[in-house]
Design a protein around this ligand. Sequence first.
Ligand SMILES: [Zn+2]
Length: 346
Amino acid sequence: MIAVYSLHQILHNPPREFISNQVEAYGESPERAELILEALMDIPGVELKKPEVFDGAHFQKIHESGYLHYLETAFDEWIADGLWSEGIMPEFFAIGHLRAGAPPANPLGKAGYYMTDSCTMIVKGTWIAVQYSAFTALTGARYLLGGEPAVFSLCRPPGHHAGYNFTGGYCFINNSVLAAKYLQDNGSLTIGGTRKVGILDIDFHHGNGTQDIVQRLENILLVSIHGDPRHNYPYISGYTAENTAKNINYPLAAGTSDDTYFEIFREAVSQIKNYGAEYLVLSLGVDTFEKDVLGDFRLSTGIYGKLAEYLISDLDIPILIIMEGGYNIEYLSTNVISFLTPFIKI
Ligand SMILES: [Zn+2]
């Protein structure tokens, strides 16, 4: 199995975040990706590849160009304005009508316009890391188009909370939608849009960014299984009332166990199958694990392998696995490898 990873991705290394009413060390640390990489290096049958560099026009198919320009220039502008040298943390948020107009010129105002929370920082190395995370996703998609049955893109920072024109939840560019669009357009820079692609998001948190972007695209179906947003990030989305022809939400209760999860997972896979997807992009988060600090499910390490086996046996289409969340450092790589092992054996 091919696994794609770039060391550029560790250049995004924010010192801290404001979460759970206190300032803490940044939860989405470079160490997360390094631990998974280290585990992959020990497994026979895993072929590690560096990502290729892609034209930024691919990003513009799924994100607003003003937003992409912001990601690219924000840190330098922030520093030129004499603001906090460690990085960008908004102190104001443009909600509702405040976001109806053009973004303000002031760097603090701009941060509040494009960033939706206080746990996602932009630092010196963010833009380069974000681009390489996106290239990692696109390279995985390219291997799939080349005939690989399954590929793992070890993306970091993650992407599923990044919307058309906003950051959030440690995310900047939406790697899963980017890869789905690339697969749909057969790698071309011309927008095709007729090939059906499914995105199955099994991170603990609802992929609000993915949901936001797929509404603007055609022939991509998002199916998401996640924690109840009444009690979990991103709070304002992930409910069944938001379901459209383009996205299906399965919010699950706190304490969800392996058996209950597996039942819903099978239903979610049947939605992808019935849709007639030609490719699957799997947003893999292992913050559904019982000991994860940011989730409230009770899944065991063993269930991840069973989910993967079910995907292989039930779906006869190529699968691109994109890394999203998972924050228990002690168990992170074990859970990811549990999921990947059936694919490595293909
Ligand atoms: Zn998550």
